[in-house]
Design a protein around this ligand. Structure first.
Ligand SMILES: Nc1ncnc2c1ncn2[C@@H]1O[C@H](COP(=O)(O)OP(=O)(O)OP(=O)(O)O)[C@@H](O)[C@H]1O
Ligand SMILES: [Mg+2]
Length: 382
């Protein structure tokens, strides 16, 4: 049983504030993912939780008890780093039980040793390492080594599991498999876990909740689905998804105008939702590449845009079409289209998206205003 609460957690190095007032609580047994671009303070936050970094300001509680000044070995935390190291001269069994032996009181009974053996066996079974228990690290695959590193942290039966990009040195296929295995493992052993990554597919598949960090601050905490469907800020919309959301900043949307066309390239609904109204103020419009499709005849239900195709990337399962919105200052657009789509470089292409797939953000603050779902009609110019 363990819950973690961070209350205004701050880390400063000299005059540099690298973690700037993080408030978070992790439920018992939850897998929380910290996601964010390089340098946003993920590792530093994790190291403060582990006790490896002094907390400059704020409070850290485990199960309601302040642990700011508890040394790492009193926090019952298991940590796996990006660059884990196994003992090369020891077998897998030796590596797994190493931590235990150093903890065993001298002269402890034989039953303690038997218990340890059982525990190592159990963890090896969970991680599918039983058949390699007598191998040395150099005889293992990358994924097996990674699992030994996880196992070594697990045999100590931590109450809190902290993982810092544990899969980052594996190739794409292995990462994907390990991601599934971690997910399964967490289901079987629901230890309160904070998992750091800058890989969003890892975050989306593993997390109960995702915390998006940027410049030392928490920007959104939500389920993977919500982060994807309703990003709280333009920055998050662009960061999540591959490729991220298309964003265009438009000078304004005039209230009560009937047809709104911007250089004939983006057609918006007439009388957009009041929440989206920013009379006289710029807004940022966003559409995910996968929500754009080739438009046939102009219709009255979707939002349209037209672009010049610059590059077509065939990725097997789909094509990525990169284009520019010609007269509109060369703003770019990426559309993720069906593999069978026939699109020529240099051609003009009309695309459309359903209004509920079109997001609006305040152009100045970046914060989310909503989608065009509630908009009554679409102004279409032929
Ligand atoms: N010991 C230190 N002294 C000074 N600055 C530091 C120290 N450790 C980290 N930083 C700075 O703190 C910021 C956050 O670093 P951190 O390692 O937490 O980032 P991160 O989110 O884990 O990034 P990445 O995804 O690249 O691992 C960075 O700007 C980094 O340069
Ligand atoms: Mg890091």
């Amino acid at each position: 049983m363990a819950t973690i609460e961070m209350d205004g957690l701050v880390k400063r190095y000299g005059n540099d504030t690298v973690v700037d007032g993080v408030d978070l609580s992790v439920d018992d047994g939850e897998l929380l993912v910290l996601l964010g671009p390089s340098g946003c303070g993920k590792t530093t936050t994790l190291r403060m939780v582990a006790g490896l970094e002094q907390i400059t300001d704020g409070e850290l509680r485990f199960d309601g008890v302040v642990v700011n000044h508890e040394p790492p070995d009193r926090r019952s935390v298991g940590m796996v780093f990006q660059n884990y190291a196994l003992y090369p001269h020891m077998t897998v069994r030796g590596n797994l039980s190493f931590g235990l032996q150093s903890r065993r009181p001298r002269g402890s009974r034989r039953s303690a040793r038997a218990e340890e053996r059982d525990l190592v066996q159990e963890i090896a079974r969970l991680l599918e390492l039983e058949h390699v228990l007598d191998h040395r690290p150099k005889e293992l695959s990358g994924g097996q080594r990674q699992r030994v590193a996880l196992g070594r942290a697990l045999v100590r039966r931590p109450q809190v599991f902290l993982l810092d990009e544990p899969l980052s040195n594996l190739d794409a296929n292995l990462r994907e498999r390990m991601r599934m295995e971690l997910s399964r493992l967490h289901e079987q052993l629901p230890i309160t876990t904070i998992y750091v990554t800058h890989d969003q597919s890892e975050a989306l598949t593993l997390a109960d909740r995702i915390v998006v960090m940027h410049e030392g601050r928490v920007r959104q905490v939500a389920s993977p689905r919500e982060i994807y469907d309703a990003p709280a800020e333009a920055f998050i919309a662009e960061f999540i998804g591959s490729p991220g959301m298309n964003l265009w900043t438009l000078p304004w949307i005039e209230k009560d105008r009937d047809d709104i066309t911007l250089g004939d390239e983006i057609r918006l609904p007439r009388r957009p939702d009041p929440a989206i109204h920013r009379d006289g103020q710029p807004i940022t419009l966003g559409i995910r590449p996968e929500h754009l499709e080739i438009a046939g005849e102009p219709d009255h239900t979707s939002i349209g845009l037209s672009c010049r195709v610059e590059l077509v990337e065939d990725l097997g399962s789909h094509v990525l079409v990169h284009g520019t919105l010609g007269s509109h200052d060369g703003q770019r657009v990426v559309a993720k289209l069906d593999a069978a789509s026939v699109v020529d470089r240099g051609a003009r292409l009309r695309l459309r998206a359903a209004p509920e797939r079109v997001h609006a953000f305040d152009a100045l603050s970046g914060s989310r205003l909503g989608t065009f779902a509630g908009s009554a009609r679409v102004a279409v110019t032929a």
